[in-house]
Design a protein. Sequence first.
Lengths: 134, 144
Amino acid sequence: MAYERKRNKGESPKLDMTPMIDVVFQLLIFFVVTIKQEDILSKLSAARPAPDSNANPSKQPDLITIIVAPQGFVFNGRLVSKDELDRKVERYSKLSKTAMIVIKCTADSPHGLLVQSLDICSKHGMTNLSIFSI
Amino acid sequence: MHKKKLRSTDQCEIDMTPMIDVVFQLIIFFVVTLKMTSDKNEDIFLEDGKNGVTLTQDNMPPTTLEIEVGRRGRISIHNATMSKWQLSQILKARVNRNGNEFPVLIRGDRKTPHENVREVMDICTGVGIWKLSFVAIQEHKAGK
């Protein structure tokens, strides 16, 4: 008697799980394959002065000028590489973090170089940046 | 004898419940995180900028405006192309509504000539937005 009851209760409500597990695994594989990781983005801020205020920005005493040209960066009238610019900005950043950096971009310079120069300034904690177009 | 055999099959059966629980959790996770359509210009290749401020949901308020500038100077917002005039109208409407303090992000391709980015910056300064930010990649996660 006891054996009979146990057997009935154990078997009659049992569902066949196999098709459900198949479908669920299909879905899981689909989502694992289609998911795309996003890049982690950062933002580099700079000021853009009004068109009329760029009449004479060189009047300010502590002013560092970086020119962004298609070939690279021009610092103090000399073409420098990214690493050289990094070292020069580092040296200036030790003197003053609040010194104004003016980044002058030529019309045909790629946007990537401007972002690189902003990245270097941000690396050394320089926050007073402004962008001019020449 | 018969009874003994039944017990031995009982022991072999694996309990599926925890596995199904875990698998459902995973499926729900992937369904929720899946974005089918993207609302940004996927053709833009950003420059690396490891030292910038990380963009998170917290420092991007809903008023943030992201302007995309493609490699050939195509201006778009959420991948909807627009002319310079349209962009200036949108910016004017935004400034009237929110003031000129809302964050403006410029998402420029690394090879876009500066003159195209300049046009966007000039439109921004034209409506009184002085502080602009450029988007860069801090850490590559997606494959190239």
